[in-house]
Design a protein around this ligand. Sequence first.
Ligand code: FDA
Length: 389
Amino acid sequence: MKAPTPYDAIIIGAGAAGLMAAFTAGQRGRRVLLLDHAEKAGKKILISGGGRCNFTNRDTAPDRFLSANPHFAKSALGRYTATDFVALVERHGIAWHEKTLGQLFCDGSARAIVAMLLGECEIGGVDIRLDHAVTAIDRPDDFRIATPHGSFTAPSLVIATGGPSIPKMGATGFAYDVARRFGLKVVEPRPALVPLTLGEPDMAFRALSGVAVPAVARCGRAAFPEAALFTHRGLSGPAILQISSYWRNGEAITLDMLPGHDAATALLAAKRARPRAQLRTVLAELLPARLADTLATPGNLADLPDKTLAALGTRLNGWSFTPSGSEGYAKAEVTVGGVDTAGLNQKTMAAKAVPGLHFVGEAVDVTGWLGGYNFQWAWASGWSAGQVL
Ligand code: FDA
């Protein structure tokens, strides 16, 4: 007969999804061991949202997530909602506010969210062991996890180790290695919610580092009306971070820097009304001064052919550029791609072909928009696994 194990489940990764899965299972009476190689739990939560943690989004809906299977996230997101997480936050007396676009932030520090999750783990009797790097996983019968501090066994294993974004914080592609080792596929991961870089043809724009414009960034069918920010390497700001998740190397992005205005018509009307006005003066009425300086040619509007003004207007409403690349995992908030959902049960996050093995959070090929969506996925997928451990 098989010897009983001291744990019902081992969860690797004490981040957002792992902590959620751990206390959900623990509070259902399961004996849970939570391992992490870091010295602290929830390190990404602590730095998130500029230290205030944008912990969810009121407008969470499945169409705000990228995945090879856009239907996969529906079940978990529908069963554990933003309202559920807000209720938890309020039970812990954490003050919060809506910033913009449904984004909910702590009034104070993100530390309150980590303390809340750890408090819930304590209620659930979760055994948390930090500084435990996993050196091997095998499955002679139950899952056996080796660490430098000893081996642990349990019939269920949850991989909650996130994606490789921000490697200097200890982020790894560990989940993908485990998935492949157990025969699951991995949708090619790439950095997302990441600043984009510009190449030689767009050099002039690099002089604009620090200038922000309200814009609409478009790539394929995706469009995001938010601020774009010029940086010394290229472009950032919410509109660009959002569109970066949809962008692939070699594709063009268009940026409308005068959303809601027909720039060509406005410039031609200005020429008729004020022919002696300088182009720079007129542009500076519509755009940040430094951007107007970069785009303007010297001279009166009257001296400029209609064709030139119309072409400039068209460019303002749809500057098309092909980024030379992105700033990569070092600067990416998340990773698009990950463990292929085709091999997972959408209700339990369990691997269909490997009983007892689950993947949750960013490790899975489900990636949210900027604005609290990624944490909501971590909570929802962690909670879903926690129901069945
Ligand atoms: P997460 O990365 O949180 O946790 C993984 C855990 O696994 C870590 O504790 C890590 O140490 C551990 N681990 C990794 N490899 C391991 C290994 N081999 N062995 C043992 N342990 C291992 N999202 C959002 O919704 N709102 C926001 O405000 C922000 N802000 C933000 C800012 C910044 C700077 C970044 C980088 C990211 C965000 N995000 C965000 C994204 C959000 O942080 C991210 O989607 C979630 O943390 C993912 O949660 P997971 O639990 O899946 O992984």
